[in-house]
Ligand binder design. Structure first.
Ligand SMILES: [Zn+2]
Ligand SMILES: [Zn+2]
Length: 748
């Protein structure tokens, strides 16, 4: 073997060819008694390029996948592209081509980048959410949830961006109240929308978090993201009555301070708002409030609209409390009714000031003597900020909503057997309005109920809706993809692979995961996913933080983007993959520096060259016919303890690294592996300090240790590790490098 210099590009293309040839990443057949798991990577947007954040994400999932395969487990590792939505549409506008063409080009390029990095995805199973055979899933899900009452038509406030001429899901509104896409101001306007009723499962999603936590398979970042989305607030609720007998159930998070209540605030989305604002001018003001026009940025207590209904209820301390309507409630407790307690809450204090209410404890009730408030103690209650959200958009690059409007029958669902409702592919969006609505041959159709003239729904589904099912199709064998959805969902494959053993995704995936957890529970109750008793799509969940540079988010604008292609070109895929794992724990933000790459590049070169040098020496020694007894008996004795210590080091490393791989602590695993390599070299140094040459027993121990090291390097630097493993005497064994057993012993 002449090639002792580390040449990553040659090694990597050799290995990748070998993997293709032996179809190394094919999803294994269903064998019930075999330990099997589905590792779910995130579904990338067809943004055009794989960025370093993707490399981090997939390096974690790939290392875990390879580790489990090396242990003999069956692993499903595949993904689809999230190809619909605004980013793709805007990319197509910029490129001056139809979106379908744009996303196809992106997916091809990104696939090539991922293959060059050597990720072990089953490419046969990858898919595009924008393919008709796939967006059928969205349409089927829409009809199924509609039928179950979990999708409804509502008219209400939606976030609207004037620049993008579109409504936004709450996830798309930045904390500052600006548009995720253009960062322009977002207004609330009134518009008919399709809503997803996640509120039906918010409580169960909350209750099941404790189970997630106990399982130990959900990391803290992932758990926290779910709590964040829930926005759970614990408190009490009280029944309050007005003079006319009308009742309100008001919530407060400050049960000990209810005596300090000075007003009651109702969400404009609460059904009671209509009851309490029923009179003329107040009614008009409520309509005005709902139809918006107020800036999203005016959401702080200082500026948010307040509508006095002119009515009061009797408060807990017998005081008359004015009833106010304001969206301020929503952002704090969801669409509910809240008690305003200026003494206990800063926002309430500001509102009381704006209303000219006295905030102190002072004068007591005006006619409190005879007033007997209801339920002063209050019943324990919980509120969640998470609430139903709009899933339709006025944009053309998305799944057509399978609804036809008929003069006589109203909104009629398209029958399931007529799916998919095809999206015309010749649309060229300009960035304004909705070109789908202008396409008469799409819009005009007949009513599925009466056969009369009908018009298609021209809103499309937000790509967030596609994400609800994107975790399932990887489980479906390609040859079954065309079958009716009911048949697909009844496949044994789904029962075999689901729930996913581990989702590995960015820490900004909290909303996606929350809504996927919601829909899984809905499909469990409706039937197709009834085998998932707890309604959880992911048994385990690892959220990693993002990659930044110079303490800032990467952006073209700042010129601080790390280009994975450039790095691979320069150092090879193994180094880049290893570096993102080495540089930081997954749960910590990775502030990019080239020193991690340089460190990993040096390490891999050393591993390669040192291992080859030792192998060559061992072969030479064997060729010279060197006898094990060539070293004098007493000299061999003086190194035996070193050999034993090397054995102990190896044993400890295998134990620790195995444990770390099991819990996806790749960062520690890599560092322990590097430490083992240092110790192996140190062993040789110490032996040679005592005697002129290693001797057969020490040489054997050294080679064993290096082979063990190569085995454990497999999940991180798979190309180099496999070549080394093959050279350490293992035959081309068809499958990949096995993981060492924890009882591994270096022969003394
Ligand atoms: Zn915008
Ligand atoms: Zn009709």
């Amino acid at each position: 073997m002449g090639h002792t210099r580390y040449e990553p590009h040659a090694i990597e293309s050799r290995r990748q060819a070998a993997w293709r040839e032996r179809d190394a990443f094919r999803t294994p057949a269903l064998v019930e008694e075999q330990t099997h798991l589905y590792v779910k990577p995130s579904a990338p947007f067809t943004s055009g390029n794989i960025h370093i954040g993707h490399v981090r994400s997939y390096s974690i999932g790939d290392a875990y996948t390879r580790y489990r395969r090396a242990r003999g487990d069956s692993v499903l590792f595949a993904f689809g592209f999230d190809a619909f939505g605004l980013p793709a549409e805007l990319g197509a506008i910029a490129g001056g081509i139809p979106p379908a063409e744009w996303v196809a080009g992106c997916a091809e390029h990104m696939t090539g980048q991922l293959q060059r990095l050597g990720f072990a995805f089953d490419w046969e199973r990858s898919f595009m959410s924008s393919d008709p055979i796939m967006y059928r899933w969205s349409q089927w899900l829409f009809l199924t949830l509609l039928d179950a009452g979990l999708i409804y038509r509502g008219t209400g406030n939606v976030d609207w961006c004037d620049n993008c001429q579109t409504t936004l899901a709450s996830i798309q509104v930045e904390p500052a109240g600006t548009c995720w896409r253009c960062h322009g101001p977002v207004r609330l306007i009134q518009m008919p929308q399709w809503y997803l009723k996640i509120s039906a499962y918010v409580q169960e999603n909350d209750l099941r978090l404790a189970e997630r936590e106990r399982s130990g398979l959900w990391d803290k970042v992932a758990l926290d993201s779910q709590k964040d989305v829930l926005g759970r607030i614990d408190g009490v609720e009280l029944e309050l009555a007005g003079r006319d007998g009308a009742c309100l159930t008001a919530f407060t998070a400050h049960p000990d301070e209810i005596a300090g209540a000075r007003f009651v605030m109702l969400s404009p989305r609460h059904p009671d708002a209509d009851v309490w604002a029923s009179e003329g001018a107040v009614r008009d003001s409520l309509d005005q409030l709902r139809s918006g026009g107020w800036e999203r940025s005016a959401r702080e207590a200082e500026k948010i609209p307040l509508l006095a209904t002119g009515r009061t209820v009797l408060g807990p301390s017998g005081r008359e409390l004015p009833v106010i309507i304001s969206p301020l409630v929503d952002s704090r407790f969801g669409p509910t009714v809240a008690l305003g307690i200026p003494g206990a809450d800063r926002a309430d204090e500001i509102v009381a000031g704006r209303l000219g209410l006295d905030a102190g404890d002072g004068d007591g009730a005006r006619d409190g003597q005879e007033a007997r408030p209801l339920g002063t103690a209050g019943a324990l209650a919980v509120r969640y900020r998470a609430f139903d959200f709009a899933i339709s958009r006025q944009r053309s690059w998305g799944t057509p909503i399978p609804i036809v409007y008929c003069e006589d029958c109203g909104a009629v669902p398209v029958p399931a057997e007529q799916l998919p409702v095809l999206l015309p592919l010749d649309i060229r969006p300009t960035g304004a309005g909705n070109p789908l609505a202008e396409l008469e041959e799409f819009v005009q159709t007949s009513c599925p109920a009466c056969g009369g003239p009908g018009r298609r729904e021209t809103d499309t589904l937000d790509c967030h809706f596609d994400a609800l099912w994107l975790w399932i199709p990887a489980c479906v064998p390609p040859e079954s993809r065309g079958e009716p959805l009911e048949q697909i969902l009844a496949l044994p494959d789904l029962r075999y692979w689901l729930p996913s053993e581990r989702l590995v995704a960015g820490s900004d995936s909290g909303n996606f995961v929350f809504d996927q957890r919601t829909v899984t529970k809905a499909l469990r109750d409706i039937g197709p996913l009834d085998f998932l008793a707890d309604g959880e799509p992911f048994a385990g969940c690892l959220f990693h933080e993002m990659v930044i540079r110079d303490k800032r988010k990467m952006s073209k604008h700042l010129g601080n983007v790390v280009d994975p292609d450039e790095l691979v070109e320069r150092y090879g895929a193994d180094t880049v993959r290893l570096a993102v794992l080495y540089a930081a724990r997954a749960q910590r933000t990775l502030d990019w520096s080239d020193s991690a790459v340089l460190r990993c590049s040096r390490y891999l070169a050393q591993v390669w060259e040192y291992s080859h040098a030792k192998l060559a020496q061992a072969r030479d020694a064997a060729g010279d016919g060197a006898q094990p007894g060539a070293v004098a008996e007493e000299e061999r004795d003086t190194t035996e303890h070193l050999r034993l210590r090397l054995g102990k080091w190896c044993e400890t490393a295998v134990e620790k690294i195995t444990e770390e791989m099991d819990s996806l602590e790749m960062h520690s695993a890599v560092r322990n592996l590097m430490r083992l390599f240092e110790r192996i070299k140190d062993f040789e140094k110490r032996v040679l300090a005592r005697q002129p040459e290693l001797g057969a027993a020490n040489r054997g121990a050294l080679i064993e240790a290096l082979a063990l090291h190569a085995q454990m390097l497999g999940p991180f630097a798979p190309h180099l590790a496999e070549e080394l493993w093959l050279e350490f005497g293992a035959e081309e064994h068809g499958a990949q490098t096995p993981w060492p057993g924890v009882s591994f012993q270096v022969p003394a």
